[in-house]
Design a protein around this ligand. Structure first.
Ligand SMILES: [Zn+2]
Ligand SMILES: [Zn+2]
Length: 455
């Protein structure tokens, strides 16, 4: 309950901007109301952000993080279910008849050392997969969590502006792209009502105050690659009695890039990266085998299929050249590309354009991957957008000097909390309100309305 009083006080302005049903959103007045509320609430959001930042937890181990968010949401009047998909949360707030709108945050951090030198930098070290590792929120999921709580508070404060149900979910294990599927497998859309629309955001190493978005494909398909070349070990000075797996690995690493440069249509996106090579112990022993680990990225299913076939054929051919047994090839599907629904984007775009003007930017799709895609793949029209984190002047100066500021997954990733979270709360609140408002209003384009197949 600690947030209730300042929130209501802050929304003295918000409660005066009641919209008649089916009206166009008065974005300017709503934005002013959001900013007033944010200013009053920010000290608590700042404390929440810095606490989450200093105490990061790895995929499927986000127990304290989830408990902290559950307490915040219960204090706002949400009905919270814990341990959905191992460590995930579902927080529901009902406010009359209307659509159900999902807003997702991630909970997890990365197995890496933070080197920002910030006073609230993470010092956390844990044992993970048999080794000791530092843990850090170097992807900004702590920004997303503060934004998620801030947006929930704002929407509850503005509850005379919308009718329907808020479904705020906190998802585990995004960094290993398994958490969304874990929540779905644990009944996210069966134990709870399947939402009509879903939104998420991601912070990135660009200036704050800006919002970026994309219609259609927003991020890449990802597949994990494992290849084990099976040779026959022996003395490094007697190679004729061996089958050299290091030679096979080396050939494969080079030749597999011709799948990208010669087989794939050069106008289509596709990447194969071999990121880990494990073989051998010392210089004069030819080892028995070599294991390669890699990642495969694409936007389109047909491009993906072509690349997977080429990668597999190259690995088999390399082994055949050495007269070695067939290699052990495993391609594990990671997650699909994020697809932003054109109708959801068109609705949110109007409100975001009115609020952010030319600071709302259409951007190219990301080559990174994101398992928010699983919710759209399960049939929920969705939108994911981006927000910046750095002081605009510093960002421009750093680029001019040829020393760009750190991006996601860098040990130096350091968002400026207040303006970053303000941008996120403003954009997410308006996006959600636009979906409620659009639902009540007649659709602008008939074909889009059909595509959305609203009841
Ligand atoms: Zn990440
Ligand atoms: Zn991330």
């Amino acid at each position: 309950m600690q947030f209730a009083k300042p929130l209501l006080a802050a929304f003295a302005l918000g409660s005066m901007v009641a919209l008649p049903a089916h009206a166009e959103m008065d974005v300017a007045r709503l934005k002013a109301a959001i900013e007033t509320s944010f200013e009053a609430d920010y000290p608590k959001l700042d404390a929440l952000y810095k606490d989450l930042h200093a105490h990061p937890e790895l995929a499927f181990e986000e127990v304290k993080t989830a408990a902290r968010l559950a307490a915040e949401m219960r204090a706002l009047g949400f009905e919270v279910t814990e341990k959905v998909g191992k460590t995930g949360l579902v927080a529901i707030y009902k406010n009359g008849d209307g659509p159900t709108i999902m807003v997702r945050t991630e909970l997890d951090a990365l197995p890496m050392e933070e080197k920002t030198g910030l006073p609230y930098a993470s010092q956390v070290k844990v044992n993970w997969n048999g080794r000791e590792t530092f843990v850090a929120h170097s992807c900004g999921h702590d920004i997303h969590m503060a934004n998620w709580v801030g947006t929930a508070k704002t929407l509850v404060g503005l509850k005379d502006q919308w009718r329907g149900t808020l479904m705020f979910i906190a998802q585990p294990a995004e960094e290993i792209v398994q958490g969304a599927r874990a929540m779905l497998a644990d009944g996210l859309f069966t134990r709870f009502k399947k939402p009509d629309f879903a939104f998420a955001l991601h912070a990135g190493g660009v200036p704050y105050g800006y919002v970026s978005y994309r219609v259609g494909v927003g991020s890449s398909n990802v597949d994990g690659l494992y290849v084990k070349f099976i040779g026959r070990g022996g003395h490094g000075a007697v190679p004729q009695r061996t089958i050299d797996p290091v030679m096979m690995a080396a050939r494969f690493i080079v030749d597999v890039q011709t799948v990208i440069s010669r087989e794939k249509d050069p106008t289509e996106f596709g990447i194969v990266t071999v990121g880990a090579v494990h073989s051998g112990t010392v210089g004069n022993i030819i080892p028995d085998d070599a294991v390669l680990l890699g990642t495969i990225r694409s936007f389109k299913p047909e491009v993906r299929a072509k690349m997977l076939a080429g990668i597999e054929r190259t690995a088999k051919a390399v082994a055949a050249m050495s007269d070695a047994p067939a290699p052990d090839i495993r391609i594990g599907e990671g997650t699909k590309a994020v697809i932003n629904d054109p109708a959801v984007v068109a609705t949110a775009e109007k409100a975001l354009k009115a609020a952010f003007g030319d600071k709302l930017r259409l951007t190219p799709a990301n080559t990174t991957s994101e398992d928010f895609s699983e919710f759209a793949a399960a049939g929920v029209p969705s939108m994911m957008f981006g927000i910046g984190i750095y002081e605009p002047e510093k960002w421009t100066a750093a680029n001019r000097n040829g020393t760009p500021l750190a991006g996601n997954h860098s040990p130096q990733f350091a968002p400026v909390p207040k303006p970053t979270i303000l941008t996120g709360v403003t954009a997410m609140t308006l996006a959600v309100l636009s979906a409620f408002d659009q639902r009540a209003a007649p659709p602008v384009i008939a074909s889009e309305a059909k595509a959305r197949s609203r009841p």
